[in-house]
Write a protein that binds this ligand. Sequence first.
Ligand SMILES: [Zn+2]
Length: 401
Amino acid sequence: MNTGLQIAARYRVEAIPARRFTHAEFWTAVGPSVNSSALKTAPIGESMLGRPIRSVTFGQGPTKVLLWSQMHGDESTASMSLADIFRFLAEGGGDPLRERLRRELTIVFIPMLNPDGAEVFQRENAVGIDVNRDARRLSTPEAATLKKMQESFRPEFGFNLHDQNARTRVGRRGVQSGIALLAPAYDSALSYNDVRSRARLVAAALATTFAHAIPGRIAKYDDAFNPRAFGDLMQQWGTSTVLIESGALPDDPQKQRLRALNVAAILAALDAIATKSYAAADPAAYESLPFNQGGAFDVLILGGQLVMPSKPPMPVDLAINYDDAVARMRGRVRDSGDLTDAIAIDTVNASGLFLHPSPAALSTSPAGPMLRLGNVAEFDLRRGPSASSELVRRIGGEGQR
Ligand SMILES: [Zn+2]
């Protein structure tokens, strides 16, 4: 992991500084790498709106690996990582890892499979289809391009690279998931054949690698069989496929830490395939991961007294969700009342304290101000019911953190 993180820092493509970028910006930024003699770039299809979908190939080895990113347009972390990996692979010189990958593997990357979605930073393609629910029907050009590559290249291993909801936790009472892994099922009985067993070993190797950097922040993705999804069908088609979902980490608003972790973990997984060391991985390293759990709020304020203008204080818990859950910006009130049993990424203990809504948090009505769900979450947490009592902390407000 440490070597991988050094590579991630050294080969970071600075022209991609944040998690939102267009197809044109991506391919301009990776141009110097993918046009090098070490890599081969080819057009393999077009999006609905005619943007080229390209593959980037590295190595001449006997074991074939396919990686694809951003089939969901607003899930860009791994595309950033692939840009950095291209730069590492493109460089000359005798780095032993690079030489091992070149000798043992033929790697095909398809970065940004859904460029039309990426352009407007949305999940779906240009007609609103979730490309990852189109693996069976193959009605979108994006899904058809991926399937065509699987059929012609026949990879033994696949990596399905995504970002998941930032409000997902490691187990019900756990912290925010940084990474979730899955060796998808190929049938509804969730059986294990050779193909899926091999994927589980790679997932176990990945779990161990990630655990060095973010212990306790790795979860297992829901493994229910989905007959429309690519991970599941790739497994059925004979490609041992692992899903890597980048979630969110504290103080990583642009997912740059997750980007570097993906560089290190993907390179480690490729190396484990090149050396076949994945075969010695312990499946328990994957199986023992807690399941992802959804349904969390971003912030819960528990045990406080709400002070509405000219009303006596009343006990109210508040739940806040950010419009941008990754960067934790622009909070809105999502629930109010007895929220003792609710779950959040962050919980503020307001016992014995008083919540004073700012004017921005209140809606006006003829009979008086209202605190409505959806309002901007902006509160002063004070020691007393008086607006002049000591301020403990401000929630929301400037910068909307
Ligand atoms: Zn996704």
